[in-house]
Design a protein around this ligand. Structure first.
Ligand code: ADP
Length: 236
């Protein structure tokens, strides 16, 4: 089942077009990795999928079964107010905000969802710890638990391992992979890390102005673009 279809989508900031004529579809259960160099438009595309930025051309079509409140989003680390003195539980619970509508209070249902995702991400022992005192890897796990409060279907992850040490990064990739393979959650992940992209992803979208590529990971690895990008990343 197609969850998201992008048809001839372009994005621009004022007169500066950053993505041109993008065509791809994400099926339920896919693990799509969006790669490309800095400034190529990866975060802009994520904003488009979240409906935070409208395309200047083309259409982004979401399946009718996917409400916009059902998309879990893990922003780039830099976007999070790290100094805010909230507990792990409070940060995770805030992921239920969309489901509360305009009500300012959480109900038992939302508290149960938060606790379920805290347990799911192995955070029970640090549930009452202050978020800002955690390691980078723990913070990303908390933010993943928060994103999971919003969805059982689709996670958008923007550079989830940026700033993490290699062990914490591997750990987080494994968690994301388990969510995709075991729980069939569709993943769209922006990453710089081509090594992990080709290890885990089912599909690759490579953005570079005129050189858009979309296909399975195998097709990507067999393409000239894949070859070139991997070589430059010292992968082969
Ligand atoms: P990436 O995530 O691949 O690094 P971005 O989507 O953040 O790329 O940015 C793509 C291009 O759009 C860059 O040239 C960036 O400077 C520009 N850009 C991003 N956000 C804005 C904005 N709010 N206003 C103007 N230009 C922007």
């Amino acid at each position: 089942m197609k969850l998201i279809t992008c048809e001839d989508v372009s994005f621009a900031y004022e007169n500066n077009t950053v993505i041109r004529d993008l065509n791809f579809a994400v099926n339920s259960g896919d693990y799509l990795c969006v790669i490309g160099e800095n400034g190529s438009g990866k975060s802009t595309l994520i904003k488009g999928l979240l409906k935070l930025k409208a395309p200047c051309k083309g259409n982004i079509i979401m399946d009718i079964s996917l409400k916009s409140t059902e998309i879990g989003y893990l922003p780039q680390q830099a976007d999070i107010q790290k100094d805010f003195p909230a507990s792990v539980y409070e940060v995770v619970l805030s992921g239920c905000l969309n489901q509360c509508g305009i009500r300012p209070f959480y109900k038992n249902r939302e508290r149960a969802i938060a606790n379920e995702n805290i347990n799911r991400m192995g955070l029970k022992n640090i549930k009452n710890h202050c978020f800002r005192d955690l390691s980078g890897g723990q913070q990303q796990r908390v933010l993943l638990a928060r994103a999971l409060c919003a969805t059982k279907k689709l996670l958008l992850l923007d550079e989830p391992v940026a700033g993490l040490d290699p062990v914490a990064a591997k750990d987080l990739y494994q968690l994301i992979n388990d969510l995709n393979k075991d729980e069939k959650i569709t993943i769209i992940m922006v990453s710089h890390d081509i090594h992990s992209a080709v290890e885990f992803a089912s599909h690759i979208l490579y953005i570079k102005e005129e050189h858009l590529f979309y296909g399975t990971t195998k097709e990507y690895l067999n393409s000239d673009i894949g070859d070139d990008f991997l070589r430059r990343m010292d992968y082969v």
